[in-house]
Design a protein around this ligand. Sequence first.
Ligand code: FNR
Length: 182
Amino acid sequence: MKVGIILGSLRKESFSKKVASNVASLFPKGFETEFVEIGNLPLFNQDYEGDLGTPSIYTEFRNKIKGLDAVLFVTPEYNRSVPAVLKNALDVASRPYGESAWSGKPAAIISISPGALSGFGANHHLRQILAFLNMPVVQQPEAYIGNVHELLDEEGKLTNEGTVQFLQTFVDTFVDLIQRNK
Ligand code: FNR
């Protein structure tokens, strides 16, 4: 089973990326995880469906998503919503109309923040988008990782045992959802 990990941050030292790397190691045997690059996708322009033609990088990205069995989103919140880079990637692979690469793929969402509200706004806006994209999403447990900077050591490892245990339960639930949707 191939699980693509998509981050809502392009930052080199991204907390989302660090948390995602920890979560990747919690998947059982038979599950392979892979970070999917979204920072190289040009901003979506509907003229790419007409005069401008489809950028080859869009085709590669859509095919990459189609080849996945499931998608894990790990994202911060920008201004109480989903970062634009993530929304762009969702839009790109949702087209052409009727050929969305996302449809039917099981998904899970982890929102992170150095703040206490834990990216709640981004988490729920993303849920709304994924509902429209016809993706079955892990509903419970919800994963809000607040005060994230206090949970990681210098190597980017999660140090709090309770957090790791919680994320293991989250991954187990996601694995179950993936298997049920196979
Ligand atoms: C933020 N940040 C932020 N945090 C939050 O909890 N709620 C918010 O609405 C916002 N808004 C916001 C907007 C913009 C444009 C930036 C750049 C940042 C702070 C954000 O959570 C913090 O920078 C995280 O560290 C970003 O995630 P990564 O890059 O560490 O994964």
